[in-house]
Design a protein around this ligand. Structure first.
Ligand code: GLU
Length: 304
């Protein structure tokens, strides 16, 4: 099994796309950042398929990822890790967290959660796309009565209590947040709350848990990814502490944005690597375009 393969030594990073659409310029930029960093450090960049969401994953998107990355001149050690084959590792991690008493089953739907959140937000159309801090409806439920229709959530308060005053720190080397960071419990309560660790619709690990378990299994020493995931880091750091996993260095790079400063979306095929390939751009022209757009976005941000 891939999970048992010996992780590489030295500097190890990874590119971890989800095959739920075509890769766009932002993915190209992220992949190039990761591969360049590995090359500069004489290390390795791994590829990991984050394909747990079976409702959205498609094999043709996975094939397109291999093709686009190869076209960019990138290569990776094989076999690659696929999250869809990692059920056992996630179950083991969930069992460990349950044993620590920091999880509970939750049967709330998104609509239930929205309804339970206090009045001022109700009717606010933006709520639909905003992450919602879970109000704790199911928090008193015990893991002993977890069923197949349940998601599993982290009990943040119990997890923080378990740290028993220990301060969790980590190092970030990305351009916007470089330095040493420390876990801020109040911020975690406001931003994250009791995050989902296993989703009821897919019956396996949700993003936060899968990433942390896999990075450790792959011996990842440097997590290089887009700035949009910067806020997820405290949750990852907390899970690493609870699961007694090694702590990597994080590097959140700037995002490629369109000319108006908006984030690129997978559904926007006009920005897909493929579209530029078909239009006759060379890999180095595409790389330059990514850098130009990222710099433009940084200038736009400064101007605001
Ligand atoms: N699969 C995530 C994405 O496509 C990346 C996860 C990570 O780098 O932590 O955005």
């Amino acid at each position: 099994m891939v999970a048992d393969a010996k992780p590489p030594h030295g500097f190890v990073t990874r590119f971890a796309p989800s095959p739920t659409g075509l890769l766009h310029l932002g993915h190209a930029y992220s992949a190039i950042e990761a591969w360049n960093a590995a090359e500069d450090a004489g290390g390795t960049c791994l590829l990991r398929m984050e394909d747990t969401d079976t409702t959205r994953v498609r094999s043709e998107y996975e094939a397109a990822i291999y093709e686009d990355l190869s076209w960019l001149g990138l290569s990776w050690p094989k076999p690659i890790m696929r999250q869809s084959e990692r059920h056992e590792a996630y179950t083991e991690a969930l069992d460990h967290l349950a044993m620590l008493g920091v999880t509970y089953p939750c049967r709330c739907s998104r609509a239930d959660i929205r309804a339970a959140i206090t009045a001022p937000q109700e009717g606010d159309p933006q709520m639909v796309d905003q992450p919602m801090v879970y109000p704790g409806t199911c928090r008193s439920r015990s893991m002993a009565d977890a069923g197949s229709g349940d998601a599993i959530r982290l009990n943040l308060e119990s997890a923080l209590r378990l740290l028993d005053g220990e301060t969790l720190t980590w190092v970030e080397t990305g351009p916007s947040h470089a330095g040493q960071h420390r876990l801020n419990p109040d911020e975690m309560r406001q931003v994250h709350g009791d995050v989902v660790l296993a989703r009821r619709d897919i019956g396996t690990a949700a993003y936060h848990l899968a990433v942390v378990v896999d990075d450790a299994a792959q011996g990842v020493t440097h997590v290089i990814r887009g700035e949009d995931l910067f806020e997820a880091t405290p949750i990852h750091r907390l899970l690493q502490a609870l699961l007694e996993l090694p702590v990597p260095v994080w590097h959140h790079h700037a995002l490629v944005r369109d000319e108006n400063g908006n984030r690129l979306a997978k559904r926007d095929n006009a920005r897909a690597i493929r579209t530029y390939r078909d239009a006759g751009l060379t890999p180095s022209e595409l790389t330059n375009l990514c850098s130009t757009l990222t710099k433009q976005a940084a200038t736009l941000k400064q101007g605001n």
